[in-house]
Design a protein around this ligand. Structure first.
Ligand SMILES: Cc1ncc(C[n+]2csc(CCOP(=O)(O)OP(=O)(O)O)c2C)c(N)n1
Ligand SMILES: [Mg+2]
Length: 431
């Protein structure tokens, strides 16, 4: 008789099994986030920026929160910002949301092939940009377009890139939304997750090695912490005390995989830093003041050669991963509204109203003003072309920009391509 290859070798011993994580809610389920632990605003202590990481390890397991339920800013992490600064942050968050809305719609209208929103996560990039110096170098993932908006990148330039049109400074060679903006200290976005982590640490090490004063900041999603690059970067950052602020945006989802597949069932993402001896903070990512305060704290730590900081921003991805995704297929539709940390724009707005520095009418007027600003920028960008309206880049530029000197085999391929296009009679083949 043939032996059963799947039979246990030792049938009298307990059988091994694996744990396969499963999200708590699937489509159709009623959502109840009561089990999510949310410490009171103001409860976390604020250590000295020069303190040793092991002396405040508990901050990796709690949550730094500043805005309380009444919209007041409380506790030792309150950055005590001037009302004008608060209003500027609010304005940038609203501008980002209006930009996302418009570009999402442009994709649905067939004007671009792809878009990714940051809905519900606006505070993460906007508050960080306000807390960093303009000269600090940012290494973002694809969901930190808020950095560009807060640093004053013209919306038309961003849109030209999204449309890959004649105004696209990247010559149509990058996927829409994968910006590269040296002017604004914004490193080229890569589709290969987490490559920016070792790059940021390397940049920070180079800055220190040169005796410069600029620091680096880097962002990745919680799912991306499963990449080897994340861990190599942590080793280098810890060993050399690189001047870098390392952000993990824990928005609970990595496309259709929930955070449990990246380790969230066992510990927090901030706790990843503990094993490396890196200062680690877990922050309410929907609280712009908490994000600002944590970033400012980490930046000061980096600037004074006290080493890197890992910050987990606890937030929620309120919509699909990208325009190619349909979250109703894998998660409950009730999640975004049930998310207990609320909406970052509403929370900052409520704070400004609570301290008598803002009101509903001004807010509504600003919404309208920024929607118009984005609409006007879109009109301008579309003059340079949209998807499907012909070829926007000269065909022979296809091979440019990779090598300083084009190697012979690419020169041959280009010549062959152009000869074939010439023979085909297609008019757009020529410059
Ligand atoms: C190395 C690599 N693996 C897989 C992918 C496919 N991919 C693109 S986005 C994504 C999810 C990332 O989730 P997370 O890191 O949580 O970031 P979020 O989208 O939530 O901001 C995956 C798996 C990729 N782009 N690169
Ligand atoms: Mg995620």
């Amino acid at each position: 008789m043939a032996e059963d290859p799947g039979a246990p070798m030792r049938p009298n011993m307990p059988r091994l099994s694996l744990h396969v994580p499963e999200p708590r809610f699937r489509p159709g389920d009623t959502v109840d986030f009561a089990e999510v632990e949310i410490p009171a605003a103001g409860a976390a202590r604020r250590p000295d920026t020069g303190a040793a990481p092991r002396d405040f390890a508990e901050l990796a397991y709690t949550m730094v929160r500043v805005l309380d339920e009444q919209g007041q800013a409380v506790g030792p992490w309150n950055p005590r910002l001037a009302p004008d600064t608060l209003r500027r942050m609010l304005r940038d968050m609203v501008r980002l949301r209006a930009f996302d809305e418009r570009m999402f719609r442009a994709q649905r209208q067939g004007k671009t092939s792809f878009y990714m929103k940051a809905l519900g996560e606006e505070a993460v990039a906007i508050a960080a940009a306000h807390a960093l110096d303009a000269e600090d170098m940012c290494f973002p993932s694809y969901r930190q377009q808020g950095l560009l908006i807060a640093r004053g990148c013209p919306l038309v330039d961003m849109m030209n890139q999204i449309y890959s049109n004649t105004g696209d400074k990247l010559g149509g060679k990058q996927l829409p939304i994968m910006y590269s903006e040296k002017r604004f200290g914004f490193f080229s976005i890569s589709g290969n997750l987490t490559t920016q982590y070792p790059q940021a640490v390397g940049w920070a090490m180079a800055s220190a090695a040169k005796g410069d004063s600029r620091i680096a900041a880097v962002w990745c999603g919680e799912g991306s912490t499963a990449e080897g690059d994340f861990h190599s970067a942590c080793t280098f950052a810890a060993v050399y005390r690189a001047p870098v602020v390392m952000n993990i945006v824990n928005n609970q989802w990595a496309i259709s995989s929930f955070s449990g597949f990246a380790g969230a069932e066992s510990t927090t993402f901030a706790a990843r830093g503990i094993g490396y001896g890196i200062a680690s903070l877990r922050v309410d990512g929907n609280d712009a003041l908490a994000v600002y305060a944590a970033t400012q704290w980490a930046a000061e730590r980096a600037r004074t050669n006290a080493g890197p900081t890992l910050i987990e921003h606890f937030t929620y991805r309120a919509e699909g991963h990208s325009t190619s995704d349909d979250p109703s297929q894998y998660r409950s539709a009730g999640e975004p509204t049930a998310w207990p940390l609320g909406d970052p724009i509403r929370r900052l707005k409520d704070h400004l109203i609570a301290i008598s520095e803002w009101d509903e009418d001004r807010h509504a007027a600003q919404d309208r003003e920024l929607a118009e600003e984005v609409k006007a920028a879109q009109k301008e960008a579309e003059k340079n072309g949209i998807l499907g309206h012909g070829l926007h880049q000269p065909l022979d530029s296809l091979f440019d920009g990779v090598f300083e000197e084009m190697p012979w085999h690419l020169r041959e391929q280009r010549a062959q391509m152009l000869a074939e296009e010439e023979a085909s009679g297609r008019p757009w083949a020529r410059k």
